[in-house]
Design a protein around this ligand. Structure first.
Ligand code: PMP
Length: 353
């Protein structure tokens, strides 16, 4: 058995792969592959509609939220958000907690003013700043809920009266939260939602007022809403894989059900790391991500040994991001508890020897 700890694209449920494989040959007994269906057929429209409704149900979204499936990965949202929400004379407030937030900040500066209201750069992004004030006159407050590379996660929603905009690419649907508190949520699908190639964007009606800038059609949220995510050919197969993954998540008891397992997986892994000084988790205790567990070893030779051991035992995707080094073990929704147990077993053995 291969244990897949990849940071993204990452493991998806086996039943999703099985169903998706069948549908490549014959989708729902139509005699056609999902890859050759017209996107404007009632068959595909049903896929898109069910996926949209499942997002609403699983996230318990209110009727003011629009659910979109868009192209371009989360990185497109780094600029599509300010393009649509920030006029040139206006200010977006941003939290700087790592690589992805920095990219979002860089892109936003192309369209308006950016105020970075707090940063954890001083300690190499190993914690989440706590005592910051969100300026009341800013147009929105943007933050990354889970910092995939650095392994920090913000579990509590920041208190503010201005609209919240969140990049939830790497922890969406992994734990319960009041998703209705956000003006805009975006997430690349390739971790907890489905296959790479599609972005989930959820935005509240009230976010769409006051756009002064002229926008290319494909960048304009309003047009995507009017056209039900079908302004052009949508990423049909990627959306279909999202549908299968969302159905699977519902069967696990939805977000509440998966949160229970996610807590158990992360607790077991951190407990093992903390018990053995050879491993050194890099992140402040209270900000440790339940999705991406980052740790290093103080001895480069030992790191190499553990890498080799992981490889031998079919544990893939554990190498840390080049900017952090060490290891990153990703525990997304579809990763079974058994894989974490296999990893902690290996860690125990390694520490003992
Ligand atoms: N934001 C976060 C938090 C991410 O983890 C990633 C990718 N791993 C991105 C943005 C960029 O996503 P994409 O590659 O889909 O543009």
């Amino acid at each position: 058995m291969i244990h897949n700890f990849n940071a993204g694209p990452s493991i998806l449920p086996k039943e999703v792969f099985e169903e998706a494989s069948k549908s490549i040959l014959n989708f729902n007994d139509t005699g056609l592959s999902i890859l050759e269906l017209g996107h404007r057929t009632s068959i595909f429209e049903a896929v898109l509609e069910e996926a949209r409704l499942l997002v609403k149900e699983l996230m318990q979204l209110n009727d003011d939220k629009h659910v979109l499936f868009l192209h371009g990965g989360a990185s497109t949202q780094f600029f599509q958000v300010p393009m649509n929400l920030l006029n040139e004379h206006e200010t977006g407030a941003y939290l700087d907690c790592g690589v992805w937030g920095i990219k979002a900040i860089k892109e936003a500066r192309l369209f308006g003013n950016v105020e970075v209201i707090a940063s954890s750069k001083d300690r190499s992004y190993t914690y989440i700043p706590k005592d910051y004030i969100i300026p009341a006159q800013a147009k929105y407050f943007h933050y990354t809920t889970n910092n995939t590379i650095e392994g920090t996660e913000l579990f509590n929603i920041p208190q503010t009266n201005i609209p919240l905009v969140a990049d939830m690419s790497s922890d969406i649907l992994s734990h319960q939260m009041d998703f209705n508190r956000f003006g805009l949520i975006y997430a690349g699908a390739q971790k907890n939602i489905g296959a790479a190639g599609v972005n989930l964007v959820i935005l509240d009606k009230y976010m769409l007022k006051g756009i002064e800038r002229k926008l290319p059609s494909m960048m304009d949220y309003r047009l995507h809403i009017e056209n039900g995510s079908m302004l052009n050919t949508p990423p049909v197969f990627a959306i279909y894989v999202c549908l299968l993954t969302l159905r699977w998540l519902k069967k696990q008891g939805g977000v509440a059900g998966i949160e229970k397992i996610n807590r158990e997986k992360a607790a077991l892994l951190y407990k093992t790391l903390d018990a053995h000084p050879v491993f050194r988790p890099t992140v402040a205790l209270e900000d440790r991500s339940r999705m991406n567990v980052v740790f290093v070893m103080d001895d480069a030779e030992k790191e190499k040994e553990f890498q080799a051991l992981c490889k031998k035992e079919n544990m893939v995707g554990v190498k840390g991001h080049r900017s952090v080094g060490g290891f990153r073990v990703s525990l997304y929704n579809a990763l079974p508890l058994e894989s974490v147990k296999a990893m902690t077993g290996l860690m125990e053995d390694f520490a003992r020897h």
